[in-house]
Design a protein around this ligand. Sequence first.
Ligand code: ATP
Ligand code: MG
Length: 569
Amino acid sequence: MKSARFSKYFIPTLREDPKEAEIPSHKLMIRSGMIRKLASGIYEFLPLGWRVVKKIENIIRRRMDEIDGQELFMSALQPRELWDRSGRWDLYGPELFRLQDRQERDFCLGPTHEEVVTSLVASDIKSYKSLPVLLYQFQMKFRDEIRPRFGVMRAREFYMKDAYSFDSDEEGCLKSYRDNVVAYIRIFKDCGLNFIKVEAATGNIGGSSSHEFMVPAGTGEDEIACCSCGYGANTELSSYARPETPDEKETSADEKNLEKVNTPGKKTVEEVASFLNRKPEKFIKTLICETSEGPAAILIRGDHELNLSLAASRLGNIELAGEERVKELTGASAGFAGPSGLKGKVSIIAADRAVTEIKNGVSGANENDFHLVNINYSRDYEADIVGDFRTALPGDLCPVCGKPMEFKRGIEIGHTFLLGEKYSESMGATFTDAGGTEKNMMMGCYGIGVTRIAAAAIEQSHDKEGIIWPVSIAPFHLHIIQISDSVSEFCSSLFEKLSEKYEVLLDDRRESPGIKFKDALLIGCPIIIVVGKKFTGEGKLEIQCRHTGRTELTDPDNIEEKLREIIEI
Ligand code: ATP
Ligand code: MG
């Protein structure tokens, strides 16, 4: 990409943090003139920001091409019929941006492209001879996120690389999946990111196996459990071994009399806990679900979360029951369900181990506006299965090696899914194999949040002055500060010379040195070259490395050699 002169480049930097920005990357992207907000969750990328996005895009493209990916470009505007065929027009919910054309035909703005790509491949690939195929694109995706926030980190319109693999058998599909995982590891390394690969839930994309790539950061929205042995998973689905707990001090002798108390309109654990003045860990949440074995109640401690993956491994496919179904089974609204008296009304009662250890707990009474107080396992209710049903918690041990796991927050930058036949089946993506038999194609899909990577890189690498870009995705490699007009001729020739090898931003504005220094630190190019007092006095250039914070003096004649030593491009 080309070098540029600051005076002619559109970089509207700001001194103050924007009010609505909560996390460093959001603040710094706005302040450094990379992005501007158009509406909630909708951002424009200004030239500086777009340069970074394009660099990330080029890194991804190179690595995708290496695994024989073929770039294409599909439509963002997608007709409803495709989404009806996959069943997702109804399932996707309010995150899908829906609109109508002048003939009142329904469309959506693509949040993802499984439907479009599967229908494309279904109509044009018919034989095993044309498989496998890996297609990818870079495109704006649209999702009406319930809580757009953190700037481009969770936006409603964002730039994604999405890829889709089509294979003729499971073995080929697994190979495609592995190839994409390898490409992802190369991509994130090339982008200069620290990241971890973890097991992940399949969410509303579906499929049988999935991994997320996470950048550890305190501001991340996901929580990951990981271990030095290499195990890692999103805590939503991480399995774990429970540490040995010391014997409960309370015994059955401490069990108090069961009482039914009036809790008008109080449904959530928080509401009832504050109404009854009891701690959430004394509560039993009763989740009514449909499972392959029939209706079930899963009991989770009030301050714990249901681990859908662990629950599914014990109970098969599970889906939380709707309001009406809960009423039909328990006789009360969802917030008032409880385990006592539920036997016979559901096929299975499954309790997380921690629930059975609660002494004198609180649960719903299966009667609207009533809860039971001092409920105890064994005396007041029993479970058909007692096991691990909650999400992993600090203190839990690694399911692979038994060492204590580490818990971190992370930013999901990429996601891979082994889809199998999920979309090819519903959308008729079939082919004839060598023996002439018609079969469903086996698919995988692979997404990378291109614009989210820019934000994640900043979360991972910044200081109080500004961004510290990894060299590979920095908007420019070098930032020359021309301290005054008196050195402009020298700066112009230095700019020309260094631009032969590097991307250079020359700050030739008529601004004070203070402003220029502040902007250079804020924008965060890896190397800042100051043509200032040391130059006019001693004929030396100051080279500042943003990563180490070190400043060195060098003769102008040695500048290229010096740069070769400190920056690798
Ligand atoms: P999340 O759990 O963060 O909502 P997701 O599971 O919905 O992510 P995918 O559907 O797998 O995300 O999308 C692929 C990638 O696109 C994600 O790994 C992430 O990097 C990026 N991404 C997803 N949603 C957004 C968003 N609202 N804004 C920016 N990037 C996003
Ligand atoms: Mg999402």
